[in-house]
Ligand binder design. Sequence first.
Ligand code: NDP
Ligand code: MG
Ligand code: MG
Length: 341
Amino acid sequence: AAEKFYEDDADLSVIQSKKVAVIGYGSQGHAHALNLRDSGVEVAVGLREGSSSVAKAQEAGLPVKTVAEATAWADVVVVLAPDQVQATLYSTEIEPHIRPGSALLFSHGFNIHFGYIKPSDDIDVVMVAPKGPGHTVRREFEAGRGVPVLVCVEQDSSGSAWDLVLSYAKAVGGTRAGAIRTTFREETETDLFGEQAVLCGGVSQLIQYGFETLTEAGYQPEMAYFEVCHELKLIVDLIVEGGISKQRWSCSDTAEYGDYISGPRVITPDVKEHMKEVLSDIQDGTFAKRFMDDQAAGAPEFKKLRAAGESHPIEATGREVRSMFAWRADVDKDYTEGSVA
Ligand code: NDP
Ligand code: MG
Ligand code: MG
C-alpha cells in the first residue's frame, strides 16, 4: 500500500520561512495562493502582462508580479499555468530568472516526466497535486478540512526537498486529509490513463453510444438522455461513497442482475486490450507528442474534435432537459453553457 503522511508528519515552519511565487491564478493557482497565505506563508502571484487574472488576485489582496519578477523574488516557484503553456513559459520567463537553491513545484507531472521542461540540477523539483478541482481545494480549506494530495520529489538538490513538500502539502490543507507518496512517472501516466480510458474518454463514448442506440431504436431523446446520462451521477455518487458494491446494493435486484449479465457483453475483453494500447501510447510519449505538436500548431485537431463533440445530438437534448432543473444555475457560476464550443 502507498505511504501516507498526515498533519504530524509535516512542519509548517519550513514553508513559512520561504517566499512562494504561484504562477497562474486559475483553478489550482487561486486555491494554492489563498490557502498558503491563510497558513502564514509569504505569497506573490506571477501573471503575464494584461492577464485577466490580475484583477482577481489583487481583489483577494495578493501581490501580483510578472512571471519573471515573481520567479526572481521567490524561493519556491509553483507552476500552475495550463500544462500546454508551461514549457514555453518555463524557457522564456522562469528558467532565466530562477535562483540556484530554489524549488520548482508542480501539481501535475506532464512537462517534467515527458521532458518538455528540463530544470538545471541545482534546484529541487517536487510535486504537490491535490486530488480535486481547485475550487474544492479552497472550499474545503476554508471549512477547516482538506483535499488529499499526491506528493513526490523528482530532484532533491538541496537534500531537504521532502521537508519542503510535506510542509507545502500541510499549508494547502492536504495533510488534513492525507498525502500519498508517488512519483512523477506514476502520477503522470495514471492520471492520463484514467482520464482517457475511463473518466473522460471512456465514459463520454459510453454515454454517446447508449444515447445513439436508444434514439436510433425510436425512443424519445429526452428519455434516452435521462436513462444513459442524467442518472449517471446518482450511480457515480454511490460508487464514490461505498464502491461498486454499494451501488449494486442500492440498486434494484433487476438492475444488479442486468449489470452482471450485460455489463461484460458491452465492455468486452477486447476493450481491455484497447486500454492497454492507450496505456502504451501514454508510457512511450506518443500521446504527449501528439497533444503538444497539435497545441504548438494552434490546436487544429483539438478544435476540430471539440466542435464535433459539441455537435453530437445528445448535447442539444441535454441543454433542453437541464433547463428543466431550477437548481442548475447555482452549480457553477464560472461555466457558461456552450462556451467551450
Ligand atoms: P487553469 O487553466 O485554471 O490556469 C489558468 C491560469 O493560468 C490563469 O490565471 C491564466 O491567466 C494563467 N495562464 C494561462 N496562460 C498563461 C501563460 N501563457 N502565462 C502565464 N499565465 C498563464 O489551470 P489549472 O489550475 O486547471 O491547472 C494548473 C495545473 O494544475 C496544471 O498542471 C494541471 O494539470 C494541474 N491540476 C489541475 C487541477 C484542476 O483542478 N484544474 C487538478 C489537479 C492538478 P490568464 O488570465 O493570463 O490566461
Ligand atoms: Mg489530468
Ligand atoms: Mg432507470
